[in-house]
Design a protein around this ligand. Structure first.
Ligand code: CAA
Length: 267
């Protein structure tokens, strides 16, 4: 029996809310948390629940066991799918990555081991990536005769630049957490034992800030990276205007001037 949300029972995830932080854990450790269609369906339900729960301000996504965050798409499932089925399932997986990327709340990928193929792509859809020292990253799809299908060809070059992204995607090379840090794929590398506590500390710091400012900053960065700089600046100005008309802005500026801590309401 798995954990449940809104009437659905999770067989492949652990899902738990601790105060303002939701913890989503990929839970197929026997196959290194490989991502099959059931996992993506459950991720969709969990992240929609987070999105709709005002009490939740951020998410930590990790993998169960000490070996893997996720070792990619489920190769057994993939081996029997037709091209048409694969196109449909990859579109669904992509929609889940878009839900996570545009959740309006920060999502930290706490990468506890292998993040390969779809696992690396899932981590890249998150707002921030924190890696355990033993984590490993890569896009080894070409070794299976395929290519990245859950956003890797788009998000990897945006994160680390075109040349490095193409080298990783074309070689299928698996890199260490330190190398991932050096090229900007992860934000921090921490000792394995500190992975969750450091992720919680980052979310707590973000959560002390105005929720609207956080939400619209994520929006402005994501939407801006989709288009030209001038389109991005227009989006930034519009969202800035919404923030600047909010109660939170009034409270934040008054609190600063009164030398007291702000009490943000997300309005
Ligand atoms: N799908 C299904 N099963 C997987 C899996 C995957 N992606 N990765 C690992 N497993 C299974 C193994 O088959 C094995 O099962 P059995 O115990 O039943 O044999 C179990 O998990 C443990 O794995 P290994 O014995 O292989 O563990 P290892 O420590 O020797 O190697 C590894 C670890 C290097 C990560 C290796 O498992 C591996 O190369 N896995 C595949 C990685 C990969 O190619 N990922 C990309 C998938 S394609 C993709 O993701 C497409 C996309 O863009 C959406």
């Amino acid at each position: 029996m798995g954990t449940a949300v809104a009437g659905s029972t999770f067989q492949n995830l652990l899902y738990e809310k601790k105060g303002a932080i939701a913890h989503v854990t990929l839970n197929r450790p026997k196959v290194l948390n490989a991502l099959n269609q059931a996992v993506f369906a459950e991720l969709k339900a969990a992240f929609e629940d987070v999105r709709d729960d005002a009490a939740v301000r951020g998410v930590i996504l990790t993998g169960s066991g000490d070996k893997a965050f996720a070792a990619g798409a489920d190769i057994a499932e993939m081996s029997t799918s037709t091209g048409v089925q694969a196109e449909e399932s990859t579109r669904h997986a992509q929609s889940v990555t878009e839900l996570i990327e545009n959740l309006g709340k920060p999502v930290i990928a706490a990468v506890n081991g292998f993040a390969l193929g779809g696992g690396c792509e899932l981590a890249m859809a998150c707002t921030i990536r924190i890696a355990a020292e033993t984590a490993k990253f890569g896009q080894p799809e070409v070794k299976l005769g395929i290519m990245p299908g859950a956003g890797g060809t788009q998000r990897l070059p945006r994160l680390i630049g075109k040349g490095r992204a193409l080298q990783l995607i074309l070689s299928g090379e698996i890199i260490s957490a330190q190398e991932a840090y050096r090229i900007g794929l992860v934000n921090e590398v921490v000792p394995n034992a500190n992975l969750i506590s450091r992720s919680e500390a980052i979310l707590n710091q973000i959560n002390s800030n105005g929720p609207l400012g956080v939400k619209y900053s994520i929006d402005a960065v994501n939407k801006g990276l989709d288009g030209s700089v001038s389109e991005g600046l227009l989006i930034e100005a519009s969202l800035f205007g919404i923030c600047a008309g909010s109660e939170d802005k009034k409270e934040g500026t008054l609190a600063f001037l009164a030398k007291r801590a702000p009490n943000f309401q997300g309005r």
